[in-house]
Design a protein around this ligand. Structure first.
Ligand code: ATP
Length: 242
């Protein structure tokens, strides 16, 4: 017998997201056209493209919120099926963290109470979740007092939103215009925090942005046009790679 059991392993351990042949059409219009994308652990990828190119459509498909016409999405070795099934919800909960433009924090709660919400949903005891929330805030360099989240600055709030996205230790962090509502100083601070995470935590980041300054901070930039992704070239002249 020369069969090597390890050769049957289903995926390279460092592949967090594998999108293959993803096709999504709305009526006559094919928005995603046999699109491929692979994200490795420890990487940051910026997704750019003109308005209407299909960036949100791609994120929705990755999150299992939209049924594709063809293709497959695999997250940490698990097939993501669109729909409201318990399996889809579990994959999302266990593997994915989301950061949105406006944070979607609950103003009246303290940062720690905001951050622990996804952990409580996942069944983590409140005391354990709070301890972890404080540890993440410390890792992100944010000292927070026990006051309402509404009293924090935009940049601080966005870092609180990042902490909330990290509470369940996701392997895939999706950030949809995370700096869209921030001034340049806060934008840079939030990006400092985000781009450090793949090295600190081993996760992969997929970052959707219209801001070239933000995209430049990623290890690679993928442009979505005509339903396909293509690597663009960093200002330094280095190819961003696939
Ligand atoms: N449910 C839907 N039904 C019909 N058309 C849709 C639907 N969802 C999206 N579209 C269309 O698909 C195209 C891609 O939309 P999408 O929101 O993915 O673009 P985007 O790149 O995220 O744009 P933006 O940068 O403006 O957010 C657009 O033309 C949009 O109108």
């Amino acid at each position: 017998m020369d069969a090597n059991p390890s050769a049957t392993a289903s995926r390279p351990a460092n592949e967090v997201l594998v999108v293959q042949g993803l096709t999504v059409s709305f009526g006559e219009r094919t928005v995603l056209d046999a699109l491929d994308l692979t994200l490795q652990a420890g990487s940051t990828t910026a997704l750019i493209g003109p308005s209407g190119a299909g960036k949100s459509t791609l994120l929705s498909a990755i999150l299992g919120l939209l049924r594709a016409d063809a293709g497959s999405i695999t997250i940490c070795g698990e097939a993501m099926q669109a729909g409201n099934s318990a399996a889809t919800a579990r994959i999302r909960r266990e593997h994915i963290g989301m950061v949105f433009q406006d944070g979607y924090l609950i103003d009246e709660l303290t940062p720690v109470k905001n951050i622990i919400v996804p952990a409580l949903v996942a069944g983590v005891p409140a005391a354990d979740a709070e301890e972890r929330a404080r540890a993440i805030l410390a890792e992100l360099g944010l000292t927070v007092q026990e006051r309402a989240t509404s009293s924090f600055s935009g940049g601080e709030r966005q870092r609180i939103a990042i902490a909330r996205a990290l509470i369940n230790s996701p392997q895939l962090l999706i950030a949809d215009e995370p700096t869209g509502s921030l001034d340049p100083a806060n934008r840079d601070r939030v990006m400092d925090t985000l781009v450090a995470l793949p090295q600190q935590l081993g996760c992969a980041i997929l970052l959707v942005t219209h801001d070239p300054m933000v995209a430049q901070r990623a290890g690679r930039i993928m442009a979505l046009t005509d339903g396909k992704l293509a690597a663009t070239v960093h200002q330094s002249g280095q190819a961003a790679g696939r």
